[in-house]
Design a protein around this ligand. Sequence first.
Ligand code: AMP
Length: 579
Amino acid sequence: MTFQDLGLRAELLETVASLGYVAPTPIQAETIPHLLAGTDVMGQAQTGTGKTAAFTLPMLHHLESDDLQALILTPTRELAIQVSEAVYRYGSSMGVRVLPIYGGQSYSRQLRRLEKGVHVVVGTPGRTLDLINQGALNLRHVKYLVLDEADEMLKMGFIEDVETILQATNPQRQTALFSATLSEPIRRLATRYMNDPLLVSVNPETVTVDNIVQRYYMVNESEKVAALCRLLEMEDLQNTLIFARTKVGAGELAETLIARGYPAEAIHGDLAQGERERILRRFRNGQLTILVATDVVARGVDIPSVSHVINFDVPQLAAEYVHRIGRTGRAGRGGEAITLIHPRQRYVLKMIEDYTSKPITKGKLPTREAILAHRYEQFREDFAEQITPDATEEEYRLLEELIAAGYAPEQIALSAIRILRSHENQRPLEDIRTVEEYKERRDKPKSAPKTERRRGERTSHEQGMVRLFMDIGRSEGVRPADIVYGVASAANIPGRAIGAIDILQDETFFDVPEQHVEAILDSMKQSRIRGRLVTLMLAEGLFDGPRRRGNGRGGNNNNRGPRRDKPRSDKRKWREPVL
Ligand code: AMP
């Protein structure tokens, strides 16, 4: 089953492809066709199954006018934000305007946004009802309504609010209800307010992770390779499967590991069948200890049981996680599952823990000193084992000749040790900062010349230059060179044409000459920065009016620009050198 088979419109197919979704998840495959056909659906699915896309994609497919057409109710503010981000992401190619509304946020901003017009509101029941009662939220044209995590909403005592909201909407609307459990009160709600709903239930895979020791390490995106290398040195690796998100990522990682002397190889979809089989054979018979794979290929081939599964890139779906780590701990034997997580992916961890009902323990990366001590011990043991009283004639002759040439036996032995240990230099120990150190460094002004522009400004200060916005930043390891090289080579313009670059945590602003803007916007639709497709747009006009600073509100909340829900710190941040 593919997304094409589901009958979604072309823009949405492009979007899911650009997000790297290969196939619909079971809940998507089972609900999307019915939701597209206009049927009410009651879906039993928990987070981590892809349920958000299951109700969002059909909703976007049906969008047609500029009215408020869809309302999604969620139990919590966090979920409202998360779901609106998903709506924004899935609907970016359609220019969807989505507004999260929840208590604790200023009314005036929400009212202003509603007045300007939005297509989709994602709200918590309390605040949604408030705005309806104030006459600010008009649900007359809402033809698609979603109750997300309905069981949670009932548990939190929102049942009456939900019912009142349902009564305020057009009875002709289509309704989708998603819930992890379908208890009696939920079924009652469905009977009263839904039109002959179709029940879809995806059985969670039987999750057995009992034999597997699960650990995670919190690392900054740009230091993941260094962190992985430290772990590889200290673990008692037999055969290890490392998961990377993309083909390119898998290939690059394997090359890095090979350069450090690990018998590693990447296996991904671009390899011919014969080549894949050759690699797998070498992995099975122990010639390769490390296999770097993408999910797609791992699903299609028969990979033997391994001692370690390492999630270099965290999977997007909880089911995928279970599937990945199930490659270890087979046949009653123990296995190790290690996951590298960067701070913004904490929620994924929680989602996985909820899904498996098992905690994942936080690990601490080995220090440089621990690794050096380990190398020392390792060498001493290995070397001592190999010291023997016998030698060949030739070895005697070599030793005698060296002594005759004036070298002391001790000197010769020491040099031999140094030479034998020289391969350790092949594995440099890069510095790794803790997440806290990383943040501190980032937030500290490096040197703040008075004339410095504010970071992330949306207009260029240079004549003839235009500011662009890209949805990738330091958290994914972006450096100025990535921007210069990526953009210049895609648009076929000289690198020096690219002006000031501001790399923020999750976004980047940079200046380009006016005459190249179109070519750049165009060419970047197919090009990648750090291995992924990015959203690129004019920075100016991304947000309402001038950004207010210092009033604690940031004024960046109008949903046309990404990351709108995150309070923006007014602290001056460490600035990347401007090229
Ligand atoms: P949800 O269950 O809606 O919270 O989704 C969990 C995660 O799965 C989100 O990070 C989605 O981006 C991701 N996701 C949704 N659908 C797919 C899919 N078909 N393939 C891969 N990842 C997906």
